[in-house]
Design a protein around this ligand. Structure first.
Ligand code: GDP
Length: 480
């Protein structure tokens, strides 16, 4: 636990020079950007006549995001959908087509705002929320920040082009996140479209659509001609019934920042997806290291609204600073509490940045101990190897290592060097990457450095398996 002199001074509402002076009296030369430890900070604060209360993470974050959300009546909530797929397969066109087909003539002048997400009404009468940034980059960036936003992935595959590299990546990301998929076979208006081929190609990636005997729904659409968009919405509605999506609207709101920007006229504007509870004007909110009081809520139709319930995207005005996409937001009872939480987080964030800069990175073992999931502990891995045979052998050997309590979870294994896309995938799931007789591309290793993702290299399968085994047994030791 350390704090900079400046930060300590800020928290006490004292001047940094006064803190420096006290340190000098004790014989330490310091400047305001220097770090001091918690004990020293306490002594200084007391010397200046302040009462010290040390807060731990559990004090500060307690009560925020109690994910169980068991109390109170649960109501059905709309599904939140992200569209993924290969470039040019029609993700943006599909998002636009669905939105414009749903604009009721005369509604708010038919103006559609791009706020990062929008909601439409399905033919079944239920609502569906679409995240307006297609592709798996945004999806994974959010997941890497711990945000779980998407309930259903719509995988767009162009019927004239078939399964392509980013289609495969999207499948991996959806699977790693354990989010169910619906396949939208797009561009069926094209004379050279071959929807059947798409279905059979998908089999190779373990996506089995219903007509192939599987459980994944598939829908043929044309974004260009707006064909069968209702069919797609119905499939989404059906999938969301299966998922039994519920939330309690009668509690303080929690959600995730989807987009945020500093607007010249309006100040900090954040698009928030409310996930639980109801957000209202006047609420005091925290998101990441920022807080504020909700001054104005603006819907995706550009209308001012008084409140926003579960699965509703809404623009929030009133933040003091600009939060980041992926930050979770919560309503708190007072501004003092909001300050406490955000200054604590700002401090944690700086400490992490310092730790990262000084080269402390999560080791395989630390990552293991962090891999706490309810029940069986899973150790997520991405494996790249030089030939298919060795990749398969490694996968098989690692899967055999598991038992009821702990096991490896192979998010992805493939042949070739370690790419940036492998790193994004690993980052989103907090996984380690293993390279067997392969190296990381330059961009990939710098991306891994930035993200604090560990890449381990091996050329003997036995060594690799042995290391993972050791790391796993670390997970079994009871925590002290
Ligand atoms: P994205 O990169 O996946 O977002 O793809 P876009 O939505 O930008 O679409 C790529 C191209 O495919 C554009 O030129 C679209 O006009 C075209 N396109 C999208 N959907 C359809 C469709 O259903 N039929 C036809 N013929 N073209 C389409």
């Amino acid at each position: 636990e350390t704090i900079t002199i400046q930060e300590l001074a800020n928290r006490m509402a004292e001047r940094a020079v006064d803190v420096v002076r006290i340190l000098m009296k004790q014989g330490h030369m310091a400047k305001s950007t220097d770090l001091i430890d918690a004990d020293t900070a306490q002594l200084i604060a007391e010397e200046l006549g302040h009462t010290v209360r040390r807060v731990s993470e559990s004090d500060v974050e307690e009560g925020l995001f109690d994910s169980a959300d068991v109390e109170g009546a649960q109501s059905t909530r709309p599904p939140v959908v992200t569209i993924m797929g290969h470039v040019d397969h029609g993700k943006t066109s599909l998002l636009d087509a669905i939105r414009s087909a749903n604009v009721v003539s005369g509604e708010a002048g038919g103006i559609t705002q791009h706020i990062g997400a929008y909601q439409v009404t399905a033919p079944t009468g239920g609502k569906v929320t679409f995240i307006d940034t297609p592709g798996h980059a945004a999806f994974s960036a959010m997941r890497a920040r711990g945000a779980r936003v998407t309930d259903i992935v719509v995988l767009v595959v162009a019927a004239d082009d078939g399964v392509m590299p980013q289609t495969i990546e999207a499948i991996q990301h959806a699977k790693a996140a354990k989010v169910p998929m619906i396949v939208a076979i797009n561009k069926i208006d094209k004379p050279d479209s071959k929807p059947e081929r798409v279905r059979s190609e998908l089999l190779q990636y373990e996506v089995q659509v219903e007509s192939m005997g599987g459980e994944v729904q598939d829908v043929e659409v044309s974004a260009k001609n707006k064909t069968n968009l209702d069919g797609l919405l119905e499939s989404i509605a059906l999938q969301s019934e299966i998922l039994e999506l519920k939330a309690n609207p009668d509690r303080p709101a929690e959600g995730t920042v989807i987009e945020a920007k500093l607007d010249k006229g309006r100040g900090s504007v954040a698009t928030v997806l409310v996930q639980r509870g109801t957000l209202r004007t006047g609420d005091i909110i925290v998101a990441g290291t920022e807080f504020g009081r909700v001054r104005l809520l603006v819907s995706d139709k550009g209308e001012n609204v008084a409140e926003a319930g579960p699965s509703t995207p809404v623009e929030v005005l009133g933040f003091s600073g600009t939060p980041e996409a992926g930050d979770r937001i919560a309503v708190v009872e007072s501004e003092a509490r909001a300050r406490e939480i955000t200054s604590y987080r700002a401090h944690q964030k700086r400490e992490k940045a310092v730790a990262r800069a000084t080269g402390m990175r999560g080791s395989l073992e630390q990552m293991m101990s962090a891999a706490k999931t309810a029940g069986r502990k899973e150790f997520p891995l991405v494996i790249k190897g030089d030939v298919q045979g060795s990749v398969e052998a490694i996968g098989g050997a690692l899967e055999k290592l598991g038992n009821d309590e702990v096991g490896a979870r192979i998010l992805y294994s493939g042949v070739g060097g370690i790419t940036e896309s492998d790193v994004t995938l690993a980052e989103a799931s907090n996984a380690a990457i293993i390279g067997f007789n392969v190296r990381a591309h330059k961009e990939a290793s710098s991306a891994a450095d930035r993200a604090g993702i560990e890449i381990r290299y091996y050329n003997i399968i036995y060594d690799l398996v042995d290391d993972v085994k050791k790391a796993m047994s670390g997970l079994l030791t009871p925590e002290r």
